[in-house]
Design a protein around this ligand. Structure first.
Ligand code: SF4
Ligand code: SF4
Length: 476
């Protein structure tokens, strides 16, 4: 355990650590652009320069600790070099902050004000470059803003392994460019480079110029796109910044989705499907209870459902593997003794979707198969001869396979043609409207929190199961 001094503080380091790792682990901030804990060391931005007694200045990200080192992270010489580096990095960088999506979370902006803060020393015109280079259908590149930290290229070489990006030419005309025959559009993890880019050079097309980050709030959630259950942040408008005159739908839509770092599940990454949760959650909603396709009050629909349950001799429930642990437990508590329950598979891989790989993506495209099976077993959903009532919770069931004469109670959050075929239909809330937990395939339980108010007419499945367990009224 080599002992070193950083800014006069004695620190026990682990053998093999770098000075940067030791400093960050001990709460001593050192600025970086190119360094990232999950990527190889590039050492090209020179922002993490520190001074070592007897050795002078060097980059902390590539400096192994040795016993007795005396390191200074904020000496006058370090500050002068940081300032010079920022002058150099901003030499050709446009002053785009007013229209740049990264403004508000840009390290270059932050470090400029923290360590430089002065106008450019250069009297030469800035070198211009491509402003909107089309990297894929999802990502645009602004080469003028790029500081050539090479985080994006290293990500495609070391993490996603698509090898889709490289650098062409040298000096002030160097550009990030796609590699021929390796389209970034085929990399299902490509959008991680937008987060990785320390400046606003890589831009998500779905987020481009839609809002400013300081109007947004991030709510912790879980991606339901597969049984990995990556933890994510769902970004949406802060209530204090709700728009009134413009389209108020903006107040309750997902602005973007980013990873919520979680070493036990997904590290700092997610796949592109996780970025596109709006495609799943913002489908047309079902908000009206129905009796055989006709609108009904919630009370009338619940009463009819209770009558069907009371009259059934062989009721079967097909439970959702998108249900939260809390909802599944509520079903077991209130209706578990009444129904023979099976866990169905709500979602299958979509055409063209990567089914499985050895990074994150799993073949089971449902978030809570493990949680549901822990309560209800893994027997395949069966509707044996004689089944006279089927409760179908959420998606993934073909109503054409119902046993002849069986009555149906259906619960779903989305507007689907089959909703009208059920004897009783009950609209439910979405994950973004309630609190709960999913258990992933490794047994890790992750929490999601609500970001939007529930629409009038939709109820939590937990409340519906409790209401369905109440005795049906006796008619005179
Ligand atoms: S595009 Fe962004 S991440 Fe890629 S090299 Fe340029 S600054 Fe770095
Ligand atoms: S790997 Fe699975 S859980 Fe993770 S973001 Fe992609 S679809 Fe969602």
């Amino acid at each position: 355990m080599p002992e070193i001094l950083i800014n006069g503080q004695k620190i026990e380091a682990r053998a093999g650590q770098t000075v940067l790792e030791v400093a960050l682990a001990n709460g001593i901030f050192v600025p970086t652009f190119c360094w990232h804990p999950q990527l190889s060391t590039a050492g090209n931005c020179r922002m993490c320069l520190v001074e070592v007694e007897g050795r002078g200045l060097d980059i902390a990200c590539n400096m192994p600790v040795t016993a007795g080192m005396n390191v200074f992270t904020d000496s006058a010489e370090v500050k002068a070099h940081r300032k010079a580096m920022l002058q150099f990095i901003t030499l050709n960088h446009p002053v785009d902050c007013g229209i740049c999506d990264k403004a508000g979370e840009c390290s270059l902006q932050d470090y400029h004000y923290a360590y430089n803060g002065e106008s450019s020393l250069s009297v030469e015109p800035k070198v211009r470059s491509t402003k909107y280079y089309n990297l894929s259908s999802r990502i645009l590149l602004d080469n003028e803003r790029c500081i050539l930290c090479l985080r994006c290229t290293r990500f495609t070489h070391e993490v996603s392994k698509s090898m889709a990006l490289g650098v062409e030419r040298r000096g002030d005309v160097s550009n990030i460019r796609p590699v021929a025959d390796r389209p970034l559009g085929e990399d299902p993890y490509s959008d991680n480079i937008v987060d990785l880019c320390p400046v606003g050079a890589l831009q998500s097309r779905t987020f481009l110029h839609k809002t400013r980050v300081w109007y947004l709030k991030a709510t912790p959630s879980v991606c339901p796109g597969c049984e990995r259950g990556c933890t994510v942040q769902i970004w949406h408008r802060k209530p204090e910044w709700y728009v009134k005159a413009l389209d108020p739908a903006q107040n309750t839509t997902i602005a973007r989705v980013t990873p919520l770092e979680n070493p036990a599940v997904n590290g700092p990454w997610i796949c592109n499907k996780g970025r596109d949760l709006a495609r799943i959650f913002e489908r047309k909603r079902a908000v009206e209870p129905m009796l055989k396709g006709q609108p009904a009050t919630l009370e009338a629909a619940l009463e009819s459902a209770r009558e069907l349950i009371g009259a059934a001799r062989h009721p079967v429930a097909l439970l959702s593997n998108w249900g939260s642990n809390e909802e599944l437990a509520a079903f077991q508590q209130y209706l578990g003794a009444v129904f023979t329950a099976h866990v169905k598979c709500d979602a299958e891989p979509e055409p063209g979707e990567r089914v499985e790989d050895d990074l994150l993506i799993r073949a089971d495209k449902n978030p809570n198969t493990a949680g549901a099976r822990a309560l209800f077993g893994a027997t395949p959903p069966l509707l044996p001869e004689g089944t006279d009532l089927v409760l179908v919770w959420a998606e993934g069931f073909d109503f054409a396979t119902l046993p002849r004469g069986a009555r149906t109670i259906s619960l779903n959050a989305f507007l689907r043609p089959e909703n009208g075929h059920a004897d009783v239909f009950l609209p439910t809330t979405l994950q973004t409207e309630r609190h709960g937990h999913y258990t992933n395939f490794q047994g890790v339980v992750s929490e999601f929190q609500p970001c939007f108010p529930r629409p009038a007419g939709a109820a939590d499945a937990e409340a519906l199961f409790r209401a369905l367990a109440a005795p049906a009224r006796v008619h005179a």
